[in-house]
Design a protein. Sequence first.
Length: 336
Amino acid sequence: MARRNWKKLALVALIIFTVVVVGITFTIGWRPIIGPKKRALTDRKFEATQTRLMRGKYLVDGVTGCFGCHSDPDWSKPGAPPVAGREGAGHIWADQDLPWLSAPNITPDKETGAGNWSDDTLARAIREGIGHDGRALFPMMPYQSYREMSDEDIASIVVYLRTVPPVRNQLPTTKMPFPLKYLTNNVPQPVSTVPPPDQSTPEKRGAYLVRMAACADCHTPQAKGQPIPGMEFAGGFLLHEPKGDVVSANITPAGSGIGYYNDATFIQALRTGKVGARPIRASMPWYYYGKISDEDLKSMFAYLKTVKPVKHQLDNLEPPTFCRLCRQRHGFGATN
């Protein structure tokens, strides 16, 4: 009798174990438990050439706007540039309701920054989302976009970051709350090699630049941390500023987006932070994108004209009302 009961218990335990294994496999997967995918670091070192230094500066200061996240912004100045002398010294994201998130010090300071990180450690963090300590980075760092960054561009960025003035600034390590700290382990993906982007047409050149600028990350609204399907580039992502909350603009070629723009309007917006006489809020990092060349800005605009137009009315100057499309409150929200 005892033996029969033992067999029943063993069978029940086996069934429960099987259900748990199958459930994990087909829901969250095993990465939250066993850790993120990551490749072993190599001892590669990127040669510091003048061409790479210039390209890296162009990318960091302009296209990717790295210091926009990795520096404390000076909201008292147009475009909220980095606090002078603190470029790349890191930033705690309490101003975006994320007090647990630290964008690390990426200056070459050896005690508090990236001075002791190898070239491949930096490259892996940027393109693959694995921090210098082996943990998965919170995907506000747009490494999902940077997976397509070419080998030459990643080398150029690393070379340039080695030359910025070191700033001593000790920051706490990011400590994601439950369950984010586990679910984020699903996001990183190893990257081996990425060829130069196709630049055979302005649209293809622009597609690469728009991805490197991570435009979709801020201009696509989210629900429960995931982009809302069908709303790519349609605006409505909530951002906080000292003067109040704003939502990102619709940058699809719809009439409620940038369908009425031309090359000159687009360049003026990103160069000056204005559309005509209407100012653009500093959450849109025009301070950085304004350093992109006219040719590249035209290519970015050429690509944006090819994305699916989405009718989505927004206006940060109007009283906020609930919008059923982006699920946020913003000006003209009730008209959608």
